[in-house]
Design a protein around this ligand. Structure first.
Ligand code: PGA
Length: 255
């Protein structure tokens, strides 16, 4: 059975004290919920990673970076390496988020180099994929997502797939308050699972976690997260308040 993963993507929000405060609230809130089949992850900004990890160590909550560069070290001003994320306490890294693709012009080729480096370094890589509104309206969503997955996972061998999580995040649903319907999301998740079966094998496609992201909140999480092929969520806005994030965790834990 696939363990659900509830991941908070804090994006460029919260100062260090605010991040420490939020992580303390999540840690305290989680004590009252006996986590059965879910994992909890928070992805603060780089500067908050270490202090947040000091708070959440021994709590069972994990942390991840929101991005990284594929080189080990050197003259790459503004970038961060896999080893640096690990030294701050991270076990995960989000790669290929649509905001990175759109605002920072990240290509599938660049994202693939990062995925390879992350996995080789022992980080679990959350590879984000998803179509824009225009692409969905022209019926191209499957084609777009397939290409993003094929290119993003190029060179990733079957034994490394256990360190990959896929996050389906339709761009039109991110930060808009307009989520995909449970059926729309589940259909895409099934489609993604079939791509993994074609690229690798049935066992891998049964085991890989596929998260949904895009306006997931404490109100709609039950319907979305109870779908057969949705293995958790990548949550932006609703992960910035402990009340809503804890509610999502609790709901998911009870499914
Ligand atoms: P949202 O963001 O929950 O605010 O829509 C999700 C994401 O971008 O990961």
């Amino acid at each position: 059975m696939r363990k659900k993963l509830i991941a908070g993507n804090w994006k460029m929000n919260l100062t260090i004290p605010q991040s420490v405060n939020l992580s303390e609230q999540i840690k305290n809130g989680i004590k009252d919920i006996k986590l059965n089949n879910i994992e909890v992850l928070v992805c603060p900004t780089y500067v908050s990673l270490y202090p947040v990890n000091e708070v959440i160590k021994d709590s069972g909550i994990k942390s991840g970076g929101q991005n990284m560069y594929f080189e080990n070290e050197g003259a790459y001003t503004g970038e961060i390496s896999a080893e640096m994320l690990k030294s701050a306490g991270c076990e995960f890294v989000i790669l290929g988020h649509s905001e990175r693709r759109k605002i920072f012009n990240e290509s599938d080729e660049l994202i693939n180099k990062k995925v390879i480096k992350a996995v080789d370094s022992g980080l679990t890589s959350i590879l984000c994929v998803g179509e824009t509104l225009e692409e969905r309206e022209s019926g191209k969503q499957n084609e777009i997502v397939k290409t993003q997955i094929e290119k993003g996972l190029s060179g990733i061998t079957v034994d490394k797939l256990k360190n990959i999580v896929i996050a389906y995040e339709p761009v039109w649903a991110i930060g808009t308050g307009k989520n995909a319907t449970p059926d729309e999301a589940n259909d895409m998740h099934k489609f993604i699972r079939n791509i993994i079966a074609d690229l690798y094998d049935k066992k891998s496609s049964d085991e890989i976690k596929i998260l949904y992201g895009g306006s997931l909140n404490d109100k709609n999480c039950k319907d979305l997260l109870s779908q057969s092929d949705i293995d958790g969520g990548l949550i932006g806005g609703a992960s910035l308040k402990s009340e809503s994030f804890l509610k999502i965790i609790e709901t998911s834990n009870n499914l």
